[in-house]
Write a protein that binds this ligand. Structure first.
Ligand code: ZN
Length: 157
């Protein structure tokens, strides 16, 4: 038997395909503050643990974290750990050597108890050490996007 197929066209149905996506209230506060070149964290009102980026529930004591718990965090911190990438994917699934190694650091900002993972520039991977002081490098014109944080650089540069 020959397989039959047809194209079904549907018109006029009241299909509502709209959606709302929210990063959550605290994360929204974090992203909006980036436009002002500020880093916001969430300080748990019950146990005091401070998260960057903010979160809506404390992972330590399970207390709910509210918008009022957002606090400004320093753009300075220290390197807790790091890794160096020497290859990257070329977009077609192949590895290619990087002209210059790229560093990714786990950074603990002053006033935060958690760490964030960010690109590191201006540090020779051979000379990188845990505990090195780093500071945020902002995009010249911040737009309220995660990309406003370009990287972290050594504090003395
Ligand atoms: Zn807590």
């Amino acid at each position: 038997m020959e397989k039959q197929s047809e194209i079904i066209r549907v018109t006029g149905l009241p299909v509502a395909a709209g959606y709302n996506w929210s990063a959550g209230s605290q994360m929204e506060g974090f992203i909006k503050a980036l436009a002002k070149k500020k880093i916001m964290g969430a300080k748990c009102s019950k146990c005091g643990y401070t998260y960057v980026p903010p979160r809506s529930r404390c992972g330590k004591c399970n207390a709910k974290i509210e918008d009022k718990d957002l606090v400004e965090i320093s753009g300075k911190g220290s390197l807790v750990g790091y890794t160096t990438a020497r290859v990257e994917l070329d977009g077609a699934g192949n590895f290619q050597d990087l002209k210059k190694p790229k560093m990714i650091g786990a950074i603990k900002l002053e006033g935060s108890d958690s760490t964030i993972f960010m690109p590191i520039e201006g540090i020779d991977p051979k000379k990188a050490k845990e505990g090195m002081k780093v500071k945020v490098q902002w995009r010249e014109k911040a737009k309220g996007e995660l990309a406003d944080i370009v990287c972290f650089k050594p504090e003395k540069s």
